[in-house]
Design a protein around this ligand. Sequence first.
Ligand code: F6R
Ligand code: MN
Length: 196
Amino acid sequence: MLDLTSDLLAHQIDAATGTLSGADASERHLSQLRGCFADQAAFEAALAQGDPLVYSVASVERDSGDGALRFGLGTLYPGRVGQEYYLTKGHYHSWRAAAEVYIGISGAGGLLLETEDGQDGYVPLAAGGIVYVPGHTAHRTVNTGTEPFVYLGVYPAEAGHDYGAIADNNFRQVVVAGPQGPAVLPRAQHLAGLAN
Ligand code: F6R
Ligand code: MN
């Protein structure tokens, strides 16, 4: 049982800086996203220019056990590798039944979703919006805007993160910059376009 003091239980989001008080921050740079983007040549070309910070997550994982929740503030920077918008690695929860709620704080983007039985989805998310990610659903965030996309994810403490299942096959859909703005299309279709 946690002490019922505001020092322990109250947190503050600073959307301008993408910080969450009382949280532990982790960072992912471009080099850590090898294999996530469709356009390998564009990925290597971008990396040759440097290794930018693509996103950070500030997590509060103080509580654990049955019924406990955890939450993390993600800050996904704007940018692209080829035509594909900056993205998070993406994962299933190790405990597949664990759902998650995403709350948009600032900026604009969306969530690529898919299930192991073949369903695919994309749900836009911006400041003030909420997206419910059902259990058994892999989720990856993309930033389709020009400013940092900041969002809060709230999930069961027991959820865990399974990155391997996605790393093996990658998401079946990509979000790319098209002539009329962001477009969601099958990875195979995007790859075929790159080959021509
Ligand atoms: C937690 C969650 C988010 C992500 C964050 C970074 O379950 O979904 O807090 O952890 O968007 O993405 P990943 O973890 O895929 O690198
Ligand atoms: Mn998650």
